[in-house]
Ligand binder design. Sequence first.
Ligand code: UN1
Length: 508
Amino acid sequence: MTVDVNRLLEELGVSSEGMSGVCASGFREASGAELETLNPSTGEVLGRVRTAARADYDAVVDHARERFAAWRMRPAPRRGEVVRRLGELLRQHKEALGALVSLEMGKILSEGLGEVQEMIDICDFAVGLSRQLHGLTMASERPRHRMMEQWHPLGTVGVITAFNFPVAVWAWNVAIAAICGDACVWKPSPVTPLCSVAVQRLVEQAFAEHEADGVLCLAVGGAEAGEWMADDVRLPLVSFTGSIPVGRQVATRIGSRLGRSLLELGGNNAVVVLDDADLELAVRAITFGAVGTAGQRCTSTRRVFAQRGISGQLTERLIAAYETVRIGDPLEEGTLMGPLSTREAVLRYEAALRSAGEEGGEVLWGGKALDRPGFFVEPALVWAPRQHEFSIAWKETFAPILYLFDVGDLDEAIAAQNAVTQGLSSAIFTDSMRAAEQFLSAMGSDCGIANVNIGTSGAEIGGAFGGEKETGGGREAGSDAWKAYMRRQTCTINWGSELPLAQGVRFL
Ligand code: UN1
């Protein structure tokens, strides 16, 4: 299907003429090197975006910091009104933005639209939350004293996002940070700059209408711009979504200046399938988890631990499901798997499958790059030997490769699942209440997300999203994840006429 990128950009308010001149932020033209973005379905150039040079980046951060001074004094429910407007604009432009995500990132249209829906949902959530940034009142041990905590805006937040969710992860961070009273500077992935420019145009419209322009800024750039942010003492918090190796570097740099980091790094997510599982559900969930988004979600299913009684049947049914997966143009109706995002990703896919073969894995389905333009591969199902003898399964390969392991029982499955260094998402398929509860218990899954009878990917925004161990420990989106974007202040007020000291200390 031919979708004209210029038409999409125009619908989103971005003039294609100006593309080479954008975009540090609305108020300033960028002057850094030009970035080429490719259509992963064809390998052809989709557009060019000028990156922020160091001077542009510095000006953008200073600008956002100036705007923060006023923004933090706007009452939170009034800040919510601006985010509500952004949500309305996203609703209006859902089709065009969803299609642009599909075109530039390569996920199928229904997932592109789903990603924009996730943005709309988090805006709605943030609007409600803007009236609920509650603190506690604590009982003071001293007479005629009151203790309370309050939450204040933190400052200007750096948000570094990945190519695989080029717009939704930004929204999780920024919709919440904005109602919390923070200003933000966004550095998107250099693989998907057009998506970020389009979102920034909608942001500028919503925020200008409410006299809040410049609160949310954009600085397009590559790894170097990420380092500027990590080292930048003007940014009290940097939220980073990306790989574990890069996250380690980012966290180390932020840590050395004693800044705060919010990390959402890789996963190596497993599904446990017990003998009593509803295989219909398990097969659909595993196929979506492993093949959906071409295996490029941090929540993608990478490992399956199947109990021996059903492992043969499960494997057969997975092969049958994989046979029906149509690979192709992500914008075409009926396609279930688009391309990988880059040529390098195809090489990493091939290298992982070579290692799997060398270590005794057997490819049961797929496993080859497609001989056509663009970065297409087949989804791969790999029968794997024991996990501790199969080192490739300990790493996250951002591609549709699924390793299938046999296990004897639930304890063995949980131990194998938890053995890896990542800890993002996990799932169990069982009809046994006891097994499900054990999986969710303190001796169960060690991941930030643990599901029963649904897969590892596709979390809703209402929960806190993130994971343990090398996944980085950060939590974004719903629940009380907003606290990461604010500073907590504990206040004790003496309304009496004496000065009793705490802990019974006597002095003077
Ligand atoms: C990511 O891959 O970085 O749970 C985020 C999911 C999506 C978000 C994934 N809601 O799969």
